[in-house]
Write a protein of this length. Structure first.
Length: 107
């Protein structure tokens, strides 16, 4: 297995990658970086872990809905760079807080 160094939101990671999977991994890293950066740039969420969870939820929601990812489409985006079809971030934050309870709140 090959290793690739990638950067997500300014932080470097060393990831394992199967031979021939470099392009797919690079595309996935770009998509995660875009999603996390858009959440961070919206300014409402500061904690890196919470940004990662929200980005994962957004991407999982897109997959569950069968929507093509932003990398595969030319959907209009908001000023923060997120697709207009993504779920409301404030609603996701509220749902996360409710699920985690007061002791598990990240912010």
């Amino acid at each position: 297995m090959k290793q690739m160094e990638v950067t997500i939101m300014g932080q470097s990671y060393l990831l394992g990658c199967p031979e021939g999977g470099e392009a797919a991994l690079s595309q996935a890293v770009s998509q995660v970086d875009r999603e996390m950066s858009a959440i961070r740039d919206a300014g409402r969420v500061k904690a890196r872990e919470r940004i990662a969870v929200l980005a994962a939820l957004n991407l999982a929601y897109q997959l569950a809905e069968g929507k093509p990812t932003a990398a595969a489409t030319s959907e209009p985006t908001t000023a923060a760079g997120r697709s207009q079809d993504l779920p409301d971030l404030d609603g996701l934050i509220r749902r996360l807080d409710e699920a985690l309870g007061h002791d598990g709140q990240l912010l």
